[in-house]
Design a binder for this molecule. Structure first.
Ligand SMILES: [Zn+2]
Ligand SMILES: [Zn+2]
Length: 327
């Protein structure tokens, strides 16, 4: 019975409906005007969409079983281990770095825009390094393993990735004077939108969102980011505002004639939890072990994935440039 009770609690937790249900039950609609009441109704959106998408997959007979199975295991694993580390990291950084900001912003709409642009820059940095530094790729590659796209991919993360990402994003924002309360609101919007851009073709066939594709980062752009096609590799690192991709030359639109192939280029079993979760760490350890000399060993850790001590590099940059030159 206790097991069923725990399972029930976990499902309610996953759906994020506890607070919303309380507000509806008590008819306490005034709370909707508060941050707490507002978030109560934002949290359940993505979990409910995940379930809808899963059901549609069954109806269309495109169940994407492999992706759901592995992402479910990752979710459970992260629930047990990673839960509080990221929250602790954010609190620690706010507490220790706020005093070093040269100025403090206030709680107004224009500082909100400023905060969002700064946050997006922090996100770009974390994400770019996640692809360009082999050690950080070990943390991020779990997210790129799925070979189909659907909302469960939102949960496909190595448990140390969130603290790593939040350490960089929070540091950038706090040092740039973004107010902590504002930061939490930005995090909520970013988290919800960042989940939404993983919406699969079963729920939303065309991810371009019409004219929005020219203004913001759409699911189509993020599908491109998850693709292993040479043209698409290591592009679109932003989350909602893709200004930094445009500024740093990493922006790429989805091309009609280049059909997206999801996943990473390494030979792997995307249905195997161990391979998805630890595969890159194992591969890095093997490369370090085989590399001659201490310098090469260190270079494997800090150089981009695909770098080789033999000089036969297969980094995303080289693969993409070769593709573009041969077009
Ligand atoms: Zn990525
Ligand atoms: Zn993603």
């Amino acid at each position: 019975m206790e097991f069923l009770q725990t399972l029930y609690q976990e499902i309610i937790n996953f759906l994020g409906v506890t607070q919303a249900w309380e507000i509806l039950r008590e008819g306490n609609y005034e709370t909707l005007k508060t941050y707490k009441g507002f978030t109560a109704f934002i949290h359940p959106i993505i979990p409910i969409l995940i379930i809808l998408e899963f059901i549609l997959g069954l109806i269309y007979k495109k169940p994407q079983t492999k992706v759901y199975k592995v992402n479910f295991l990752i979710y459970v694993f992260n629930r047990i281990i990673g839960r509080f580390i990221a929250i602790a990291m954010v609190t620690l950084i706010i507490g220790s770095l706020q005093k070093y900001a040269p100025f403090q912003t206030s709680f107004t709409w224009y500082w909100f825009i400023y905060g969002y642009v700064v946050w997006e820059f922090g996100h770009f940095l974390y994400h770019y390094w996640g692809h360009k530094v082999r050690l950080f790729w070990c943390l991020h590659s779990t997210h790129h393993a799925p070979e189909n796209m659907n909302l469960s991919v939102t949960h496909a993360h190595f448990f140390l990735e969130a603290p790593y990402a939040d350490a960089i994003r929070t540091t950038v924002c706090i040092l740039a004077g973004v107010q902590p309360e504002m930061l939490l609101i930005i995090m909520l919007i970013d988290g919800t939108y960042g989940a939404f851009i993983h919406i699969g073709e079963n729920l939303l066939r065309d991810g371009r969102l019409g004219f929005l594709n020219n203004i913001i980062l759409t699911p189509s752009h993020h599908r491109v980011h998850h693709a292993r096609n040479p043209l698409y590799m290591d592009t679109n690192f932003c989350n909602l505002l893709n200004i930094w991709d445009k500024a740093f030359g990493t922006f790429q639109n989805e091309e009609k004639e280049v059909k997206i192939e999801y996943g990473i280029t390494r030979e792997m079993d995307s249905g195997n939890f161990i391979d998805v979760y630890f595969g890159e760490i194992i591969a890095l350890c093997k490369d370090i072990y085989k590399a001659p000399g201490i310098k090469n060993k260190i270079l494997y850790i800090v150089m981009p994935p695909g770098w080789s001590h033999s000089g036969e590099h297969k980094t995303a940059k080289i693969v993409r440039e070769a593709y573009l030159n041969n077009k």
